[in-house]
Design a protein around this ligand. Structure first.
Ligand SMILES: NC(=O)c1ccc[n+]([C@@H]2O[C@H](COP(=O)([O-])OP(=O)(O)OC[C@H]3O[C@@H](n4cnc5c(N)ncnc54)[C@H](O)[C@@H]3O)[C@@H](O)[C@H]2O)c1
Length: 322
């Protein structure tokens, strides 16, 4: 039986990955400090003899050394996440992302463990060449704008992972996740889909930041987890950056309208300027579309769920909590 270690395993994506790997017959250890994740996300796995949940931080060298030594493969998802959190806690953001990945990569290198690092589409920054390809140049904003700290810290993680691959052939893959949504994602940190759906099912106004013409591609978490689960099975993925998400694009205004239609809501759409939410100097990107060619070529990745599935699943899970 393969033993998988998932950092951030009590988070949104991490908890779905725990489920998926247990179904595949792995034993799973999840390490989480519950900063944005919660025990509730994995409560249904508590009775499973192949599942273990450890409360702790990836910054704890001794804990990580021991956990990585015991694992066959490591999925590193622990991170500061969410635009609001990143704007409000920039020091914690940088330290958690970079120092956490450093600890994970160093111990994986010592123990020669397969590891996947989760990076983000934010790394493409203000890139305008659509779709985004992994070898494209990246264009970040000024360092005085905290928003870019998340992207730059994740980019540094990528450099470090690729450096380990180059110097010691560490079997490491890097996935750049695009917007991933589904049940258990919380709207608390500024995530758009759970925030909109929560408003829609209560018939409250749906608040769009900016003019709503910015667009995104929303992938169902189960499709993303499918990709994450497969990436370490293929040696050709090591030493590579791989986009993961979906390439179906929708504007935020259309997203709000679809959520209203699918949930049968009486909500109205309201617009507020970014500055009112995140303060002066906030920058957003107009479009973010991944090329999925590499993921498809390496391990046959092809998302199968659409936006309707996502909205229905998120609405069902939020209604169950009311
Ligand atoms: N959801 C998305 O759309 C998206 C997009 C791009 C990248 N990602 C990346 O995917 C990964 C998972 O994100 P998510 O959406 O599930 O968010 P999440 O906030 O639900 O998951 C992150 C988890 O890491 C935990 N964590 C934070 N700091 C920790 C620490 N020091 N030690 C141990 N655990 C810690 C949190 O408690 C949480 O459970 C992150 O690396 C994130 O950057 C997510």
């Amino acid at each position: 039986m393969l033993h998988s270690l998932i950092t951030g395993g009590a988070g949104f994506i991490g908890s779905h990955l725990c489920e998926r790997l247990l179904k595949d017959g792995h034993s799973v250890t999840a390490i989480d400090d519950f900063s944005t994740g919660s025990r509730r996300n994995v409560a249904h796995l508590a009775g499973n003899p192949n599942f273990e949940l450890i409360e702790g931080t990836v910054l704890d060298e001794a804990l990580m050394e021991k956990a990585i030594a015991r694992a066959d493969r490591v999925f590193h998802l622990a991170s500061a996440v969410g635009v609001r959190l990143i704007m409000e806690q920039p020091v914690k953001t940088i330290e958690t992302i970079f120092n956490g990945s450093d600890v994970v990569l160093r111990h994986c290198a010592t123990h020669r463990k397969r590891v996947v690092i989760t990076s983000t589409s934010e790394v493409y920054g203000k890139g305008v060449s659509i779709p985004f390809r992994e070898e494209d140049d990246t264009l970040s904003g000024a360092t005085s704008k905290h928003r870019w700290a998340y992207a730059c810290a994740k980019a540094l993680d990528e450099f470090l992972a690729l450096a380990h691959f180059k110097e010691s052939q560490l079997p490491v893959a890097i996935v750049r996740l695009f917007n991933t949504v589904g049940p258990r994602q919380t709207g608390q940190y500024g995530m758009v889909v759970p925030r909109f759906v929560a408003s829609a099912i209560r018939d409250q106004p749906i608040v769009v930041y900016g003019d709503g013409l910015q667009s995104r591609c929303f992938a169902h978490v189960l499709d993303v987890v499918e990709g994450l689960a497969r990436v370490l099975e293929h040696d050709a993925c090591f030493g590579k950056v791989i986009n993961l998400g979906t390439d179906q694009e929708i504007s935020i205004n259309d997203l709000a309208a679809q959520i209203i239609a699918i949930t049968g809501s009486r909500s109205r759409i309201e617009h507020v300027p970014y500055e009112a939410v995140y303060g002066d100097g906030f920058e957003d990107m107009l479009r973010r579309v991944p090329s999925l060619e590499r993921a498809n070529g390496l391990f046959g990745y092809a998302p199968v769920r659409d936006l309707r599935d996502i909205i229905q699943d998120v609405a069902a899970s939020l209604r169950a909590q009311i």
